[in-house]
Write a protein that binds this ligand. Structure first.
Ligand code: XMP
Length: 484
């Protein structure tokens, strides 16, 4: 959706046409003007991207009779710089996922790598520096795919590997100084990694002109409020304001069991509370607030500019959306070009403790979406205690940082048990642990049985009112990571 002029202005070092679910024959499939190939900028097409460029440059793509999906071996037959480090004859394990197939190459192209099912697994036109791979070099299942991408970036495009967090930090600080000028900013802290890193970064740039607000909505994890206070107030000397809003959130949630309604109530109330506090700050010292700092990451940006518009919404995600318009605030989003692992690295550069930086993601609506059914103070106490045990044991096992998330969910299910000589009729906790790269898809984690046993025993012994623990063995899809 960029014009050719805009692309020229950006002076790209290279262009990657990515994969996608469409067929080049689909009505409305993403496409581009062929003039892009005349810019003299190297191009790499991946999967759908290579089929598109083949079609646009005069080759032939034919509709598939069946999809090719899964592992394949590419045999290298050429000596393109794209294949530096992969001499002819070398076999390369790759991940394929495509329907259509390249039948005839456009003029100027040669085959550089082939599989049992296609001669056009890697193609190149060295004169015009246009390349294509039918497989996905960017996924984990193509173990040496990163080397191909490095070849494209550093050998063909002439880019330099200088996107490091140590280099980025001073640039990011300078950008914030420039944007905020002598204005004043506020930032919501949630206890999570993204808001902590965003706040620490802006703090580095504008110091006391940043006020941080932690809304304690009663839905935080065990120790979270204390951790934020000791880090930001004591270690970073930030202007931190903690708002006690637990009762307000609980009363808004009274009688609410529908997951979407919970999220909506919490989102709305969060903005109300945050806005009240921001206005109170303005009134207390007479200085207006001009900017709101948000920990938006690159995946959120990608979703909102996807070819078919924002991706289909599965759950309404909660942030401080709505506030900027209401308070006429400008957004400062210093992490919007970063992925989660980069945010963590930047956090370490900023001097945040590894424990904070490595903390697993936590949903905005907090423990409310981990108490299935009505959220009450008692049920929050139960799930928080169970969750703290899961975290403690998973950390002790050394697995915490290998998991995307691990947590407890309180189910609206009572079951019969026997404790001592007594028949019991008590609550059920589900334990969930998943591995994921970005939260979009996830595999349930096969935690060691001893660890599961310890977690179960401790929860039943230490958390009042729980007599049964179950382990969730659902991946995403078809499940989501959270239960609500
Ligand atoms: P699901 O449950 O949709 O979650 O598979 C994917 C990831 O997003 C987190 N999550 C949220 N994060 N606000 C957030 O900031 C939310 O409303 C929200 N809901 C889910 C979830 O913990 C997982 O990491």
């Amino acid at each position: 959706d960029l014009s050719l002029d805009r692309i020229r202005e950006m002076r790209p070092s290279g262009i990657i046409l990515s994969g996608g679910p469409s067929s080049v024959y689909d009505p409305g499939a993403p496409t581009l003007g062929p003039e892009i190939f005349a810019l003299g900028v190297p191009v790499l097409g991946i999967c759908y991207g290579v089929q598109l460029l083949v079609k646009l440059l005069g080759g032939e793509v034919i509709p598939a009779t069946h999809r090719e999906y899964g592992r394949a071996q590419v045999r290298v037959v050429g000596t393109s710089p794209l294949l530096f480090g992969f001499p002819p004859g070398e076999e390369l394990l790759v991940w394929m996922s495509h329907g259509d197939r390249i039948e005839r190459l456009p003029p100027g192209f040669v085959h550089e790598g082939q599989t049992a099912s296609t001669r056009a697994a890697v193609i190149a036109d060295e004169a015009r520096r246009i390349y294509g791979v039918q497989f996905h070099p960017e996924v984990m299942h193509t173990p040496r795919g990163v080397e191909l991408l490095q070849n494209f970036l550093f050998r063909i495009c002439g880019a330099r590997p200088e996107w490091t967090m140590a280099q980025l930090l001073p640039q990011a600080v300078a950008r914030i100084v420039e944007q905020v000028g002598d204005g004043r900013a506020i930032c919501g802290l949630s206890g999570g990694v993204d808001s902590a890193v965003a706040a620490a970064l802006v703090l580095r740039a504008i110091g006391p002109r940043l006020s941080c607000i932690l809304v304690d909505n009663g839905l935080l994890r065990h120790g979270e409020r204390r951790d934020v206070e000791s880090l930001f107030r004591d270690a970073f000397h930030a202007d931190l304001h903690v708002v006690d809003a637990g009762e307000r959130f609980l009363s808004a949630l009274r009688g609410v069991t529908d997951p979407e309604k919970k999220r909506k109530h919490i989102g709305r109330l969060f903005i109300d509370v945050f806005e009240e506090k921001a206005r109170a700050l303005e009134q207390s010292d007479g200085k207006t607030v001009d900017f709101l700092v948000q920990g938006t990451l690159y995946p959120d940006v990608i979703e909102s500019v996807s070819h078919r518009g924002p991706s289909a919404m599965i759950k309404s995600h909660h942030n401080v959306g709505g506030l900027p318009e209401r308070m006429r605030l400008k957004l400062v989003e210093p992490l919007r070009e970063l992925f989660k692992d980069e945010v963590r690295e930047l956090g370490l550069e900023l001097g945040l403790p590894p424990r904070v930086v490595q903390r697993q993601p936590f949903p905005g609506p907090g423990l409310s979406v981990r108490v299935l059914g009505e959220v009450t103070k008692e049920r929050l106490v139960t799930v928080r205690a169970a969750d703290a045990i899961v975290e403690e044991e998973v950390r002790a096992s050394g697995l915490y940082e290998t998991l995307w998330q691990s947590f407890a969910v309180l189910l609206p299910v009572k079951s019969v048990g026997v404790m001592g000589d007594q028949r019991t009729y008590a609550d059920t906790i589900a334990v969930r642990a998943v591995q994921s790269r970005d939260g979009m898809t996830a595999d349930w984690a096969a935690l060691p049985t001893e660890l599961l046993g310890t977690i179960s025993r401790r929860i039943v012994n230490e958390v009042q009112g729980v007599s049964r623990v179950v382990y969730d063995i659902t991946s995403k899809p078809p499940g989501t990571i959270e239960w609500e």
